[in-house]
Design a protein around this ligand. Structure first.
Ligand SMILES: Nc1ncnc2c1ncn2[C@@H]1O[C@H](COP(=O)(O)OP(=O)(O)O)[C@@H](O)[C@H]1O
Ligand SMILES: [Mg+2]
Length: 283
């Protein structure tokens, strides 16, 4: 990590706060230790609890680039690491080039290789639970070595290890071997106070009363066994929607017509409406 690495968790929390990310003590400590000890940080939690945003905020707070590897079903080493630029190689051949076709300039660096080459940086490996076992094993190898071997070129080793943030929405368990390599942190939905603070920060125009009503209503929705409980993103979206409508207060009627900002499943909306929107915003 760069010279500017904060001296402790409090200082990191302050740096994150400055770029608009509010971390509690547990998360600030985990992130600080990951940076200090050079260990990947494995963040697990419900969607919308600020896992992806943490990596973005860390890069900004530490003044380094963010390199993002978005995982998906079927992702493989080629997509994550590098490809040969076949069209350019072909052009080179046609132009009568005689030197090797397998040099760095014909290599297309994908996120993992870029992170090794560009470090210090923050490497976000987002939603690792979407990838398969084989990819996980491959990733573990790269993260253990902070280096990769490209047969035609040799070893590429990071000058300093990137600060790695892995996230999982826990659609499946990630293997112990990968977790053992990492520091682990579970991100919960924020406390009422923290979520209010996040809302004030992210939607500056929102009045105190509306902010409180929205935050309390979202907490009730989270407690209501829905298919997709709302995350912080939905709290922000809902408040922004109400603000755009010029509302300073949340009533049942307004809640009914703006529910789509916070609930994204028809069954969830039906259920909440059946239970009564008055109950949702009461108090
Ligand atoms: N602690 C936080 N401080 C500031 N913004 C947050 C925080 N947690 C979540 N957010 C905001 O909530 C939204 C959803 O967060 P995101 O990182 O996408 O969630 P996840 O990756 O866990 O699904 C983002 O707009 C993010 O900026
Ligand atoms: Mg995410």
């Amino acid at each position: 990590m760069p010279q500017s690495t904060p001296a402790g968790p409090d200082e990191l929390a302050l740096a994150l706060d400055r770029v608009g990310y509010l971390a509690d003590e547990g998360l600030a400590t985990a992130a600080f230790l990951a940076a200090r000890l050079g260990r990947p940080l494995f963040c697990e939690g419900e969607p919308g609890t600020g896992k992806t945003a943490l990596a973005t905020a860390l890069a900004e707070a530490l003044g380094v680039d963010l390199v993002r590897l978005q995982c998906h079903e079927g992702i493989d080493a080629t997509q994550a690491l590098y490809d040969w630029d076949f069209p350019r190689q072909l052009l080179h051949l046609r132009a009568g080039g005689e030197d090797s076709l397998y040099t760095r300039r014909f290599l297309l660096a994908r996120p993992l290789l870029r992170a090794l080459e560009e470090a210090p940086c923050v490497l976000l490996v987002d939603e690792i639970d979407r990838a398969d076992d084989e990819f996980e094993a491959f990733l573990l190898e790269v993260l253990s070595e902070n280096a990769v071997t490209i047969p035609e070129l040799g070893v590429v080793r990071a000058a300093v290890p990137p600060l790695v943030v892995l996230t999982s929405n826990r659609t499946r368990e990630v293997h112990d071997a990968l977790k053992r390599r990492c520091l682990y942190h579970w991100l919960d939905h924020p406390s009422l106070e923290r979520e209010l603070a996040i809302l004030r920060r992210r939607v500056p125009g929102v009045g105190e009363r509306l902010a409180e009503q929205v935050t309390v209503a979202v907490r009730r929705l989270r407690a209501a066994e829905l298919l997709k409980p709302p995350g912080v993103a939905e709290t922000i979206d809902w408040a922004s929607a109400l603000l755009a409508l010029g509302r300073t207060e949340l009533d049942a009627r307004t809640a009914a017509v703006t529910l789509g900002a916070v609930l994204k499943y028809r069954e969830d909306a039906d259920r909440v409406i059946a239970a009564g929107l008055d109950a949702l915003i009461a108090g």
